[in-house]
Design a protein around this ligand. Structure first.
Ligand code: SF4
Length: 74
């Protein structure tokens, strides 16, 4: 065997490589989504009233406003 023939990939090796790179991309995407969720940023300078993200927002300002609103309703 020559060195070039040694470098040829079998179909099984090729599919394993694709699976491996696919898994790496999937994990990278999942980590990116998690980091983005943790890195939630305020889009309305902390003025929660009328903010379009208020219902889904978990930032301290929004949580405080939600708590205040629920106290008012009681
Ligand atoms: S709801 Fe969230 S994003 Fe909107 S102003 Fe309040 S803290 Fe900022």
């Amino acid at each position: 065997m020559t060195s070039e023939e040694d470098r040829k990939m079998t179909r099984r090796e090729f599919l394993c490589e694709i699976g491996r790179y696919g898994l790496v991309l999937l994990l990278g995407g999942g980590i990116g989504v998690l980091l983005d969720r943790d890195g939630e940023n305020c889009i309305n300078q902390g003025i929660c009233r009328g903010c379009g993200r208020f219902e889904a927002c978990h930032l301290p300002q929004a949580m405080s406003a939600k708590e205040a609103m629920s106290r008012k309703q009681q």
